[in-house]
Design a protein around this ligand. Structure first.
Ligand SMILES: Nc1nc2c(ncn2[C@@H]2O[C@H](COP(=O)(O)OP(=O)(O)OP(=O)(O)O)[C@@H](O)[C@H]2O)c(=O)[nH]1
Ligand SMILES: [Mg+2]
Length: 412
């Protein structure tokens, strides 16, 4: 594998250079615009920088001097041209490179390199790391065109419905890798396998979770306006009216005007006792009052994941309740980076499961897979509308997989 960077004013100019130096088999790993005035831009105007690679074993090409990281790759191993082993080989190369660097660092212990040298070395290592990642990606996707059309379409459907490209590619390739030719040619067979594999990525709460507990205390936490209070109303109604259980409600949201009234109105209609907790101590006292209940729900104040101080204050309320389950409510329609950030920042509250809300408003139900994978938490429920108690369902991996694949949100 030879890797080289080319710089020029236009894509044509750069690809001409690339072909002249690396030959017709060269592939583009990455391209980016370099702004005028930046240190890298010696031409003084906006230029295009392309990182290209060519496999040493794939035919004739002009000889070219490679940058250092290319040399390291060649020294370490002769990479195979394609196939499943390639990615494994690449990761072995990366590991060996890191070991070698460690050894080199150990050997120079005591010698103080100057700042500029460290800077350059660090830059080269980062570059090597990103080039390896790009090669790995390129190899994954370069094998896509050999897939039958319906598997390519399945990949596109998953991505369009919000599933992360990497997860979608892994799913499709895992199917491709383990099926015989005649099975792969059959759209219905591959679709069924894909749905099963997708469902396998969505961990849910086992149906008998909490069995044998005397009383279950459930706290709902999450960002503002995601539907915590509405979801508590739905769950409380189901436990009381359908399961005929003794239910208690605690509102620990004394921050927002009208928040207590919102839950009190529902509690009045459903005839469920409710306590208001102004302090963490009030939560403990309310739980004592509700000690004979089957299930107690605690509604908490919505907090932005960015408000660290407020999250810590909320933590004291949640800790006072010591809940059996803490559900993090996430708006399924929110952007994935924001959802992942929310998951990371709400970890201080030690959530045990996720409830995805407002699935009816989401255009990309596949986001749920990305976020569930990122959080490593099981999904307990999904909510699909404003109606209490109808618009909620226990998370079912197969139904969710089908919804994600077909891009349609079935009402719960
Ligand atoms: N479309 C849709 N709307 C919902 C869903 N769940 C709740 N809502 C609506 O979202 C709005 C906010 O709901 P709340 O239950 O007050 O949200 P919250 O998380 O308690 O809000 P804060 O307490 O202010 O943080 C209300 O208008 C609800 O009717 C849902 O599944 N789908
Ligand atoms: Mg609320």
């Amino acid at each position: 594998m030879r890797i080289k960077k080319f710089v020029g004013a236009s894509m044509k100019e750069v690809t001409d250079q690339m072909r002249a130096e690396l030959g017709p088999d060269a592939i583009i790993l990455n391209s980016r615009r370099v702004n005028a005035g930046s240190m890298l831009n010696f031409l003084g105007k906006e230029t295009l920088e392309v990182t290209a690679a060519v496999d040493e074993h794939s035919g004739n090409r002009a000889k070219v001097a490679s940058p250092d990281f290319g040399q390291i790759l060649r020294e370490q191993t002769a990479l195979p041209t394609a196939g499943n082993d390639t990615l494994r080989e690449l990761s072995q190369v990366a590991q060996r490179f890191e070991k070698r660097t460690e050894k080199a660092v150990a050997a120079t212990r005591g010698i103080v390199p100057n700042d500029a040298e460290v800077h350059v070395l660090r830059g080269e290592m980062e570059e090597m790391r990103s080039v390896l990642a790009m090669i790995a990606d390129q190899m994954k996707y370069s094998r896509m065109p050999s897939l039958p059309t319906h598997l390519q379409e399945a990949f596109m459907a998953l991505v369009q419905n919000g599933v992360d490209e990497r997860i979608a590619a892994d799913l499709v390739q895992s199917i491709y890798g383990r099926m015989g030719e005649s099975q792969i040619a059959n759209r219905a067979v591959t679709e069924k396998a894909l749905l099963a594999a997708l469902a396998g990525l969505i961990r849910t709460v086992p149906p008998d979770a909490g069995k044998g507990r005397k009383r279950t205390v459930i706290a709902l936490v999450g960002p503002t306006g995601v539907g915590k209070t509405t979801t508590i109303a739905k769950l409380a109604a189901i436990h009381k009216l359908i399961r005929h259980e003794e239910v208690g409600l605690i509102s620990a949201d004394t921050y927002r005007i009208g928040a207590i009234e919102q839950l009190r109105t529902f509690a009045g209609i459903a005839d469920i006792p409710m306590e208001v907790a102004y302090t963490p101590g009030d939560v403990t006292a309310a739980l004592k009052k509700f000690r004979r209940k089957d299930v107690v729900f605690i509604d908490t104040v919505g907090r932005s994941q960015r408000a660290k101080k407020e999250l810590n204050e909320l933590k004291r309320f949640v800790e006072a309740a010591s809940p059996d389950e803490t559900s993090l409510v996430l708006n399924a329609g929110a952007a994935v980076p924001s959802l992942k950030d929310t998951v990371d920042r709400f970890r201080v509250l030690k959530p045990t499961q996720i409830i995805f809300s407002k699935l009816d408003e989401s255009l990309t139900p596949g986001s749920m897979v990305n976020v569930a994978q990122h959080s490593k938490l099981p999904v307990a429920y999904v909510t699909t509308g404003q109606t209490v108690p109808d618009d909620i369902a226990a998370a079912d991996p197969n139904k969710l997989a089908s919804m994600i694949f077909h891009g349609a949100v079935a009402h719960a």
